[in-house]
Design a protein. Structure first.
Length: 315
């Protein structure tokens, strides 16, 4: 059964509620924080990107720094993101025509406005998953695997992604679905997803450690200017945070606290606040990220309320 995780308060009136589930892993690896039903399988959406990036590294993709961070991210389509995606493809002997993600406008509004003024349209390179897709193509090129079918669930790369997720989560990922960008999507429980997030910050070496280090060093490539995942990692040095569509988010601290959140109505607007609340319940110091703990509710252009978390047992 789901629990109320957050409420939307306008001028003192609670007008909406967000229900969902949370799994929290303590630094000792135990499941120490539970809200709702964390053993229910969810489709983790873009929270799987760090593990897809780790699989690309394991396959031989020559990624590091900003290029590895964007492989693990959902970028906002700014010009520096575009250049990085093009560089990954170029070094693999490919161009944007090899990408199988759909064309999209950038999520960054100033960039979108500039493109419209210049008479340009949607493109695959600006799509927020293009870093992941470019990394997958680079992995295929390095391993000698077919690039035209890299999104087939039975492709060697996608089988490696599934094994990587199984190793990190301790579960057999299932069911198999198709993500919004066209890539295979493997289901996990929230508990398994939280364990996978913990594996990123606890890894001493190998692909998962490399991915975590790249995300922490280059958070602007995981999100973008003003993106909440980027601001989360900047506020809590050493942490990793990655959101996904339909109200999913994972976060882990440098000390090994890790959480996975699923808001059942699919809205992402409260997920960061819920994740921070769960990390605090696990004993993590979230004070530097306090500004992300609520979301303003506006009326007439001014703040008249907030979206705030609801503690266990208060509803």
């Amino acid at each position: 059964m789901y629990e109320v995780l957050a409420e939307v308060v306008r001028n003192g009136f609670a007008e909406s509620l967000h229900y969902g589930s949370v799994a929290g892993i303590a630094p000792d690896g135990s499941l120490a924080h539970i809200r709702g039903n964390p053993e229910e399988t969810v489709l983790p959406r873009s929270t799987t990107k760090p593990f897809q990036a780790a699989a690309c590294l394991a396959a031989g993709a020559p990624l590091s720094g900003e290029r590895l961070a964007i492989a693990a991210g959902s970028h906002t389509g700014e010009d520096f993101h575009l250049k990085t995606v093009e560089a990954i493809l170029g070094d693999a002997g490919l161009d944007a025509g090899a990408l199988r993600c759909p064309p999209s406008w950038p999520e960054d509004e100033p960039t979108k406005a500039a493109l419209i003024r210049a008479g340009e349209g949607e493109s695959r390179e600006r799509m927020n998953c293009s870093g992941k897709h470019a990394a997958m193509l680079a992995a295929c090129a390095a391993a000698g695997w077919p690039t035209g079918t890299y999104l087939d669930p039975e492709h060697p790369l996608q089988r490696l992604v599934r094994r990587t997720m199984a190793d990190c989560s301790g579960e057999d990922p299932s069911p198999v679905a198709v993500d919004g960008c066209g890539a295979p999507l493997f289901g996990l429980t929230l508990t398994g997803l939280a364990r996978a997030a913990a594996s990123l910050v606890r890894a001493q070496d190998g692909p998962c450690r490399a991915v975590a280090d790249a995300m922490r060093a280059h958070p602007e490539y995981v999100g973008g200017t003003g993106h909440v995942n980027t601001e989360f990692m900047r506020a809590l040095p050493g942490s990793v945070a990655k959101g996904g569509a339909e109200g999913v988010l994972v976060a882990a601290t440098a000390q090994g606290h890790a959480v996975a959140v699923k808001v059942i109505d699919g809205s992402p607007r409260a997920t960061t606040a819920v994740a921070l609340s769960a990390l605090a319940a696990l004993g993590a110091d979230i004070a530097p990220a306090a500004a992300l703990g609520t979301v303003p509710v506006l009326g007439g252009g001014r703040r008249v309320g907030e979206i705030r978390t609801v503690s266990e047992g208060s509803q």
